[in-house]
Design a protein around this ligand. Structure first.
Ligand SMILES: C[S@@+](CC[C@H](N)C(=O)[O-])C[C@H]1O[C@@H](n2cnc3c(N)ncnc32)[C@H](O)[C@@H]1O
Length: 384
C-alpha cells in the first residue's frame, strides 16, 4: 500500500492568507469563465502547475482544502496529539493538516482515495523532511483496513461522514479519541440530546459507545474552494465501558423506533406491517440455534444459504389474524409496563431505550433476525 509518487507536481497550496484569497478569486473566475465548466462539478477549481498539468478539485470527493492555519493549530492541539502517538488521518488532501500532525506525532497513517493528492502529499512531506514518519494508504477509507493507531485527526470528506463515524466507533480499532472536522449540521446531529429537534438515530447509536464534544465552528471561508456549508470540529471519545447489549439487536431496534422519531412508540409498534415484521423476526429468532442459521429451516430441509434473509428462509410466512392479534397484545403490554406506549423515541435517553429493549427481548420480542449486520454498510444508521 505504501507508495512513492511517479510524478512530482510542483504546484502546492501554501496556507497563507494572501494565497488563500488568490485561490478564492481564481475559483470565482473559473466558475464564471465557462458555462461548460460551470455545469461540471469537477471543474469547480483548477490550477495549472509549471509542467502544464491541471489539478482539479473534485466536489464528488469532498475536496475542500482547509487553509486557515489558526484552525489547523486548534485541531492538532485539541486532539491532544503527543510524541508517542500514531495518528490516523482520513483524506489528507494536499497535506495542510498532515504537516502539522507530523510535527506533533510519532507517525501519521494517511488514507487518501485520490492518487493525485497522494503524489502532492508525499512530495510535500518529503520536502519538509518528514518522509520517514508518514505511511500513505491509497484507498477508499470505508474499504481500507486501518492499522493500529492512537488517535484520529481528520478533515473528512463530508459525503462519508456517517459510515466513517460508524466504522470508527463500531469497528475493531481501539483508539483514544477522534477529532473530526464535519459538516456543521451533521456535527449538531451527533451532539444532539433527547428532546432536541436534531436528536436522531445517529446520535443514539454513537452515544451508546462514545461521548461527543463540540470544539469549535469553522467558517466556510476557511476552505478552498469555499463550500456551501459551514463546518464544526468535534471530538469523539470511545467509552471505557459499553452497555452489555447485542449490537445487531440494538441497531435493528433503534431503526424500528426512529423510523418516525416523533411518533409515539405505541403508534409505531401497532402498525400492521411493522408488527408483522417484528413477529416474523421474533419467531425465527426464538427458533434460532446459531448466528448464521435459523435452525427451523434446517430441520425442515429448507435451504438457509448465507445469502438469504432469515425471515424469508424460515417457514413462518403465513400468519393467522389470531396469532398476530395475540402478538400485538404482548407488544402493547410490554410497552405499557413502564409507560413507554405514549412516549416518543426522540425524547428517550439511551438508558430508557436499553431498558425497553431488555423488556421486549425478555418477552420474546426481537428485532434482528439472523446473520451479522454490518453497521458501516447500514445506510440507515443516520435515519431520523
Ligand atoms: C475535505 S478534503 C480534506 C483535505 C485536507 N485534509 C485538508 O484539510 O485540507 C477531503 C479529502 O478526502 C479525500 N477523500 C474523499 N473520499 C475519500 C474516501 N472515501 N477515502 C479516503 N479519502 C477520501 C479527498 O480526495 C480529499 O483529499
Amino acid at each position: 500500500m505504501l507508495r512513492s509518487p511517479k510524478y512530482t507536481p510542483r504546484w502546492l497550496i501554501p496556507s497563507t492568507p494572501l494565497f488563500r484569497r488568490l485561490l478564492s478569486d481564481f475559483a470565482l473566475h473559473q466558475a464564471r469563465k465557462s458555462s461548460d465548466e460551470e455545469d461540471d462539478p469537477k471543474y469547480r477549481i483548477r490550477k495549472q502547475d509549471p509542467e502544464g498539468q491541471y489539478l482539479h478539485l473534485h466536489k464528488s470527493k469532498g475536496q475542500h482544502i482547509l487553509t486557515n492555519p489558526r484552525v489547523l493549530d486548534v485541531i492538532v492541539r485539541r486532539a491532544g496529539v503527543g510524541p508517542t502517538d500514531t495518528v490516523l488521518e482520513v483524506g489528507p488532501g494536499t497535506g495542510n493538516l498532515t504537516l502539522k500532525l507530523l510535527g506533533a506525532a510519532l507517525r501519521v497513517v494517511a488514507v487518501e482515495i485520490d492518487r493525485r493528492m497522494v503524489d502532492v502529499l508525499i512530495k510535500r512531506v518529503e520536502d519538509r523532511g518528514f518522509g520517514d514518519k508518514l505511511t500513505v494508504i491509497q484507498r477508499d477509507a470505508l474499504k481500507a483496513e486501518f492499522p493500529p493507531f492512537d488517535v484520529v485527526v481528520a478533515n473528512i470528506p463530508y459525503g462519508i461522514s456517517s459510515p466513517l463515524v460508524a466504522k470508527l466507533v463500531y469497528g475493531p480499532n481501539q483508539f483514544r479519541n477522534a477529532t473530526l472536522l464535519l459538516q456543521k449540521e451533521f456535527a449538531r446531529r451527533l451532539l444532539a440530546n433527547p428532546g432536541d429537534s436534531e436528536y436522531n438515530r445517529l446520535a443514539v447509536n454513537v452515544k451508546l459507545v462514545a461521548d461527543v464534544e463540540l470544539v469549535m465552528d469553522v467558517s466556510k471561508r476557511d476552505f478552498v474552494p469555499v463550500p456551501k456549508v459551514d463546518s464544526s470540529v468535534v471530538i469523539i471519545r470511545p467509552k471505557a465501558e459499553v452497555p452489555a447489549v447485542d449490537l445487531n439487536e440494538w441497531w435493528a431496534f433503534t431503526r424500528t423506533c426512529f423510523g418516525k422519531k416523533n411518533k409515539t412508540l405505541g403508534a409505531t409498534f401497532k402498525q400492521k406491517r411493522k408488527l408483522m415484521e417484528i413477529f416474523k423476526t421474533s419467531k425465527t429468532t426464538s427458533y434460532r440455534t446459531g448466528e448464521s442459521s435459523c435452525g427451523f429451516g434446517e430441520e425442515e430441509g429448507v435451504d438457509c444459504g448465507e445469502e438469504s434473509e432469515g425471515e424469508d428462509c424460515c417457514p413462518v410466512l403465513s400468519v393467522s389474524e389470531g396469532e398476530i392479534g395475540l402478538f400485538r397484545e404482548k407488544v402493547v403490554s410490554v410497552l405499557r409496563l413502564d409507560g413507554f406506549e405514549d412516549k416518543r423515541p426522540s425524547k428517550l435517553s439511551n438508558d430508557e431505550l436499553l431498558h425497553l429493549l431488555g423488556q421486549l427481548n425478555g418477552a420474546g420480542i426481537y428485532f434482528h433476525g439472523r446473520g451479522q449486520l454490518h453497521i458501516t454498510e447500514d445506510a440507515t444508521l443516520a435515519a431520523t
